[in-house]
Design a protein around this ligand. Structure first.
Ligand SMILES: NC(=O)c1ccc[n+]([C@@H]2O[C@H](COP(=O)([O-])OP(=O)(O)OC[C@H]3O[C@@H](n4cnc5c(N)ncnc54)[C@H](OP(=O)(O)O)[C@@H]3O)[C@@H](O)[C@H]2O)c1
Length: 368
């Protein structure tokens, strides 16, 4: 009886401390926006989000950065938007202990960029002023960004535009790592790509073809020509046909949508096939998003007990893989697809468009 009461009181005390901590963390949560509001000495334009919410994305003048010894300063020519950007600026509650409870800790927006090297730190030997580059770094939607020379930056192939190069990093790495590292793609394999017309899907179709796979792309009627032009061998129009009801079997399903059950997808996988669970459908939070996310984790767990494997993953930024993408583009095997471009002061509109969930290719912000 005593132990029960003790446990009850301890639990209550822990809950109270936790609530107190959450309350304090919430009200203490702040960011650098007030400091940045002062007149910058050497101004540049950047998109910042001082508060959570797409409506709070603002174009501001802030201090132009100076590269550290191991960094490259890039004048950004184009930057693209990814589904994760929307989740970050909205501050999904589950992520707020990391992102900042009341206000976002990181107030700079965007990750993918392409541009021209303006200056380099004294320890940087691989780049020089004037080099055309692309990659990923925090705060890409701005006139200038600093990038660690050994991490998120590689040279831009001359056969693609800045708009295209600025759209590559996250979507290209996601497609490459999902197909190669998680799906173990092999020559001649039958690969089905669900969500083939979006930012990641348009890279996935081309990369799977570069690995000499036989690709079936799943998209809606209006995107059939697009995915065919990217090299898809077969197309399934999801508005007319359910791909899990056909008699074809696939070595890999690369699934960017997650709108079919574990058993439906197992039925069309070969006996040792792999389903790579890359996403939950088009960008934005839709009524189905949370259910699909949970179903993805559940499928990955259940596949521990089946010969067919379901794997989730988060793409990683690596210079080696940016190099692989650069080489694929240089060889003409991958050509980034741009759906729409927006100007810097139209960033809110760009995010809203992407979050409708029906972009075909990438949405890019172009700097003047
Ligand atoms: N794992 C990772 O590290 C990682 C990284 C990046 C992205 N992701 C996730 O991957 C997913 C796709 O990202 P994205 O950048 O490609 O998004 P996106 O560009 O917004 O994708 C839009 C595309 O999804 C298609 N789509 C929507 N519903 C569909 C359905 N039921 N069947 C087939 N296609 C459908 C749309 O085609 P229609 O217009 O024809 O409907 C549209 O072309 C997102 O859930 C994102 O969060 C994961």
């Amino acid at each position: 009886m005593k132990i029960k009461r003790l446990l009850k009181w301890s639990l209550g005390a822990i809950l109270l401390v936790l609530l107190g901590w959450l309350f304090v963390a919430y009200w203490m949560s702040t960011n650098d926006c007030n400091q940045n509001a002062a007149n910058p000495n050497n101004p540049m334009k950047a998109i910042v989000n001082c508060e959570y919410g797409v409506e709070n994305l603002q174009l501001r003048e802030i201090e132009k950065p100076t590269p550290a010894d191991n960094e490259v300063l890039v004048r950004v020519r184009a930057a693209s938007i990814n589904p994760a950007d929307g989740h970050l600026i909205r501050g999904v509650w589950l992520m707020r202990p990391m992102l900042g409870m009341r206000k976002p800790k990181n107030t700079r927006f965007g990750t993918d960029f392409a541009g021209i090297v303006e200056a380099v730190g004294k320890n940087v030997a691989d780049f020089k002023a004037g080099d055309e580059v692309f990659g990923a770094a925090k705060g890409a939607v701005a006139d200038y960004i600093r990038v660690k020379a050994d991490r998120g930056i590689v040279s831009k192939p001359s056969n693609i535009t800045f708009e295209q190069a600025g759209s590559v990093a996250i979507a290209g790495l996601t497609a490459l790592q999902g197909l190669r590292d998680k799906g173990h793609i092999q020559t001649g394999q039958k690969v089905l790509i669900n969500g083939a017309s979006g930012g990641v899907g348009t890279f996935a179709v081309q990369i799977a073809k570069a690995f000499s796979a036989e690709v079936t792309a799943v998209c809606s009627t209006r995107n059939i020509e697009l995915v065919q032009s990217l090299g898809a061998d077969h197309v399934i129009d999801y508005t007319k046909e359910d791909f899990t009801k056909g008699d074809q079997h696939y070595d890999m399903i690369y699934d960017l949508v997650g709108n079919h059950s574990f058993s439906e997808r197992r039925q069309i996988l070969t006996p040792n096939g792999i389903c790579v669970l890359a996403g939950m459908g088009g960008a934005g939070l839709h009524p189905e998003s949370w259910r699909r996310l949970i179903a993805n984790f559940s499928a990955a767990f259940r596949s521990n007990f089946t010969p067919q494997k379901f794997v989730t993953y988060i793409a990683k930024l690596t210079k080696d893989d940016l190099d692989v993408l650069r080489d694929l583009m240089e060889a003409g095997k991958v050509s980034p697809v741009i759906d729409r471009t927006y100007k810097l002061d139209q960033t809110q509109a760009a995010v809203r468009y992407l979050e409708e969930g029906h972009a075909h290719g990438k949405v890019v912000i172009v700097m003047e």
